[in-house]
Design a binder for this molecule. Structure first.
Ligand code: ZN
Length: 59
């Protein structure tokens, strides 16, 4: 019985299967970009991420 390894996304903590995941460690490209953005002191802002979540528009 083989169990697919899942890894928690560092950004949203969602578990994703490593083997199906081309964004190693992250569940999606978006989470990867978000994490990279944090690395860069949040200078990198995700624009047009309408499908990400219902975040408030706080500046
Ligand atoms: Zn994620």
């Amino acid at each position: 019985m083989t169990q697919a390894k899942t890894i928690p996304c560092p950004t949203c903590k969602k578990e994703s299967k490593k083997e199906e995941n081309s964004f190693y460690l992250f569940c999606s490209e978006q989470c990867q970009l978000i994490d990279l953005g944090q690395w860069m002191d949040g200078k990198y802002l995700i624009e047009g991420s309408d499908s990400f979540s219902e975040t408030d528009e706080a500046e």
